[in-house]
Design a protein around this ligand. Structure first.
Ligand code: PEP
Ligand code: CO
Length: 464
């Protein structure tokens, strides 16, 4: 592994002309913020990252499935107990469906506690003849369309740190303090089960789990093994100042870790082989994700794997493919086949969101639930044909009853988008749509069409 001394300096990273970085007007202020960030405690502990890397190795080996989800962009205003709880219970409900309906261990990872910065396709936005810097997420500037709000402000990086810290603190409390106890399986969805097909399906599954728990207790087995769950944070490592300031040397091993989150990914727009993002992340020991869009070639993927994971370390690399429903069957097979032929075992995760965004006739940026499922089905089919393990799903979702994606069991149409369109960035699945997706994925995993390379023989979900 790379020795500590090789972590590049920020100056060296900037010499690589990093893409998607804010144009800060005061280097002095930025330096002060970075200095302050360097003094603040790490948000995650290196050993937790190691544990997640081991779990991702199980995903790569076909023995577990990754569920990664959360907002497209977290916002400071939404760092509230209700919002965090809502996302968590959506993810826990989905995980329960996948664990018990698909009989596969689930690695649970939130797009949470750090997902505050966004890459943009255009650096500016024009409205009514006025052009201002694009909104790059609360980490960088404000959403309001004013000169003041759109000015990148380095102080916001401190707000990212504190908002992530608060989110992580409550999440840790929830997942270890009883909220995630399997006994509460009903309560995660109590207020919406009645009115949707997926809700009813969920209720039935929850009833079965209740009966199993009651049986265990009657047999004298303590059901407190289900009291806590392992839950991890993740985000796109985009803003170099922030990620660099939180790159810390683990006192146990002397190795560098990105301590802003457990799992860090490199986005589709910043994964240049010799670019600054790859350069920084190749030096940290975290499990890493790399987004692969429809233009990716097998050689691109192999080069990235070689650069980020020269030692072929189990669990190190997750390729998050986001090809679009119309392209996945054409583009993915060659990439998977050649990566496998190279002798690498990576985790393959499908992001069925980012290749399927379109503008509705009323101007809203949306996604169709049917396209999301079509990409997922394409992903599953490709892996089935190649005999490789479809290792997980990466989704943008919320715990709220928003109307941002069309379709799904509630049959949302474009005219519904106006009623509860709350995202500042990409459209998210609402709670019903998320649960429905979990059942459909569970079905794909259990129809027998998907064969696990290393079937978890008679998997009994004794932990959740
Ligand atoms: C994202 O995950 O929010 C994102 C911007 O994805 P991508 O890099 O795949 O476009
Ligand atoms: Co997004």
């Amino acid at each position: 592994m790379s020795p500590t001394s090789q972590v590049p300096t920020l100056k060296a990273l900037h010499a690589l002309n990093p893409l998607q970085q804010p144009a800060y007007s005061s280097p002095q202020q930025l330096a002060e913020v970075v200095g302050k960030l360097r003094t603040l405690p790490p948000l995650v502990f290196a050993a937790e990252c190691d544990k997640l890397r081991t779990k991702m190795a199980s995903v790569a080996a076909g023995e577990a499935f990754m569920l990664q989800g959360g907002d497209c962009a977290e916002t400071f205003a939404d760092v509230t107990a209700a919002n965090i709880q809502g996302k968590l219970r959506t993810l826990l409900s989905m995980a329960v469906v996948l664990t018990y309906a698909a009989q596969v261990p689930i690695v649970k990872v939130g797009r949470m506690a750090g997902q505050f910065a966004k890459p943009r396709s255009s650096a500016t936005e024009t409205r009514d003849g006025i052009t201002l810097p694009a909104y790059r997420g609360d980490a960088v500037n404000g959403f309001d369309f004013t000169t003041e709000a759109r000015e990148p402000d380095p102080q916001r990086l401190l707000d990212v740190y504190h908002s992530s810290s608060a989110t992580l603190n409550l999440t840790r409390a929830f997942v270890t303090g009883g909220f995630a106890h399997l006994r509460s399986v009903h309560s995660w969805n109590a207020d919406f089960v009645k009115n949707s097909a997926a809700g009813v399906q969920y209720q039935n599954l929850a009833n079965e789990i209740d009966r199993a728990l009651a049986f265990m207790v009657a047999c004298g087995i303590d059901d407190d093994v289900f009291r806590t769950v392992d839950f991890y944070s993740s985000h796109e490592a985009l803003i170099l100042e922030y990620e660099h300031a939180l790159t810390r040397i683990d006192s146990r091993t002397g190795q560098p870790y990105g301590t802003s989150g457990h799992f860090l990914w490199i986005g589709e727009r910043t994964r240049q082989l010799y670019g600054a993002h790859v350069e920084l992340l190749r030096h940290v020991r975290n499990p890493l994700g790399v987004k692969l869009g429809p233009e990716t070639t097998a050689d691109n993927a192999l080069d990235l794997a070689d650069r980020l994971d020269p030692d072929h370390e189990p669990g190190r690399i997750t390729f998050i493919t986001r090809m679009g429903a119309g392209k996945v069957r054409e583009v993915l097979p060659d990439i998977v086949a050649k990566v496998i032929a190279s002798g690498r075992q990576v985790a393959w995760v499908c992001d069925p969101m980012h290749g399927n965004t379109f503008e509705a006739r009323n101007g809203y940026k949306t996604r169709a639930f049917s396209d999301v499922m079509a990409e997922l089905n394409g992903f599953f089919d490709v892996h089935e044909e190649l005999g490789t393990w479809p290792g997980g799903v990466h989704v943008e979702l919320t715990g709220d009853d928003v109307t941002e994606c069309v379709g799904g069991g509630d049959d949302l149409v474009e005219a519904d988008l106006v009623s509860r369109y709350q995202t500042l960035c990409d459209p998210r699945l609402n709670r019903n749509q998320s649960l429905e997706l979990a059942f459909l994925v569970a079905e794909r995993l259990t129809t027998g069409r998907i064969k696990r390379p290393n079937p978890v023989q008679a998997y009994v979900p004794l932990t959740f």
